[in-house]
Design a protein. Sequence first.
Length: 95
Amino acid sequence: TVNRGEKTPADLRMLSVTNLKIEQSSLTGEPDAIAKDVGTFEENPLESKNVAFFGTSAEAGTCTAVVVLVGDGTIMGNIASLAAGGDRPPTPINL
């Protein structure tokens, strides 16, 4: 269960929602909290209304949800690993 004012502890799929709005600007850049519901699924998880992401916060309402991803497997974890790792192209100084 996630209630107003709480951070989302993992990536979650909604089972029940009561007037839930999630602030997810750290992922999407959208300045307003996004209304969530149980039925709306999009191929791109960032556009799905039935998913809440690790590190986002509930601005209003409440939900009961099931954990679908944790730790480095979350959307935020994937972004962090992409930013931290991988091969970096040589800089002009290194050439």
